[in-house]
Design a protein around this ligand. Structure first.
Ligand SMILES: *Cc1c(COP(=O)(O)O)cnc(C)c1O
Length: 365
């Protein structure tokens, strides 16, 4: 029985290897290693793909979150509301600017930020809400936006897991003020290295971001603001440009696998992420919860299946945020998820036979 890991990048990269190597050759011929025409072409294509007016390619998704915070004017002492159950990079950008992440609990069934819990976390210092489209499923953006508007707050979106997801029938970027993406190799759209992007529909924000990622300059050697070197490499841009053409096909394969999981997994001990009817997920991860995680994982291992865990510690209980003073019991839904989550194998190249095996293993637990 062949081993099934929770993610296997080999086959997908094999599919596009020849095409990507040919593109690398062009990058070498032009020595366009930092930014340049290949990155620009990717930006145009990615903006179109996400439905946004502009895209700014960056060196990682973490940089995307950071620059979203700066462009939103978040600074020392400001508070930003963030779901507790997200990858640690969502709050990084906030603390890089000496602002304060204020965590809120997730919904017990959708595991997305719970709009009903946001208002209690708002103070006079609150500047923004950062929503996360978790595991590839868009959160209830209209509900969160209504709260943001009522309190004069900005809404930032961490879309690092949701390339290609739809919200109310539209690509996510279309209605976003700013949305940050990651092209870490394991994401639905992964670079041949590190990468990230912000999409926006605001021209001023777009120009600000272009300057921020490039040493705060519009004209070389003239620096108007404090900036960063957050540029994307040319090889990454060239590879992403090729992979983007296949992303819908790959996402649809993930959707088909997810559909099988939803319809064929019938073990009452296994709970799946509740699907929101206005959200079309790209299933970056397929997370389930079980009461006895250790026993469940052991059972899967005996079937030569090795799941993942996203994420074992919620942000508010991370040591790095110890100074914020949170404690166990503050956000019970996020803590339950952290203690009981298991990520089933999920990637476009999972064969029918492997999906059969996963379903059978889950159902016989
Ligand atoms: C991956 C990820 C990031 C960070 O992206 P990197 O490219 O790894 O820096 C940010 N937020 C979320 C939710 C992510 O999953």
């Amino acid at each position: 029985m062949e081993k099934i890991g929770f993610l296997d990048l080999k086959e997908q990269n094999q599919q596009v290897k020849a095409e990507i190597f040919a593109a690398f050759q062009k990058v070498f011929e032009k020595t366009a290693f930092s930014g340049g025409p290949f990155v620009q072409e990717f930006e145009e294509n990615f903006a179109t793909y996400t439905g946004a007016k502009y895209a700014v390619a960056l060196s990682s998704g973490t940089d995307a979150v950071h620059l979203m915070c700066i462009a939103a004017g978040i600074g020392e002492g400001d508070e930003v509301i963030i779901p507790a159950n997200t990858f640690i990079a969502s709050p990084w950008g906030v603390v890089y600017e000496k602002a304060i992440p204020v965590f809120v609990d997730c919904d017990s069934d959708t595991w997305e930020i719970d709009p009903a819990k946001i208002e209690a976390a708002i103070t006079p210092k609150t500047k923004a809400i950062m929503g996360v489209h978790l595991y590839g499923q868009p959160f209830n953006r209209d509900a969160v936006k209504a709260i943001a508007d009522k309190h004069n707050l900005l809404l930032l979106e961490d879309a690092a897991q949701a390339h290609g997801a739809y919200y109310k029938g539209e690509s996510l970027g279309k209605g976003a003020f700013m949305a940050g993406y990651s092209f870490y190799p394991g994401k639905n759209l992964g670079a041949t290295g590190e990468g990230g992007a912000i999409v926006t529909n605001d021209e001023n924000i777009y120009n600000h971001l272009l300057s921020l990622r490039n040493h705060g300059s519009k004209e070389k050697y003239y620096h108007d603001i404090i900036g960063y070197n957050y540029r994307m490499g040319g090889l990454e841009g060239a590879a992403l440009n090729i992979k983007l053409k296949y992303l819908d096909e790959w996402n649809n394969k993930r959707r088909a696998i997810a559909k099988r999981f939803f319809t064929e997994i019938n073990n009452p001990k296994v709970k799946m992420q509740t699907q929101l009817d206005f959200a079309n997920s790209v299933y970056h991860l397929f997370v389930v919860t079980v009461e006895d995680r250790e026993a469940f994982v052991k059972h899967l291992n005996t079937h030569n299946i090795f799941p993942g865990m996203h994420y074992p510690v919620p942000c508010h209980l991370q040591k790095a945020f110890g100074h914020l003073g949170y404690k166990h019991g503050d956000f019970t839904n996020s803590e339950y998820l952290a203690e009981h989550c298991v990520s089933l194998p999920m990637y476009a190249e999972l064969t029918r036979n492997k999906v059969d095996r996963i379903i059978e293993a889950v159902n016989t637990y």
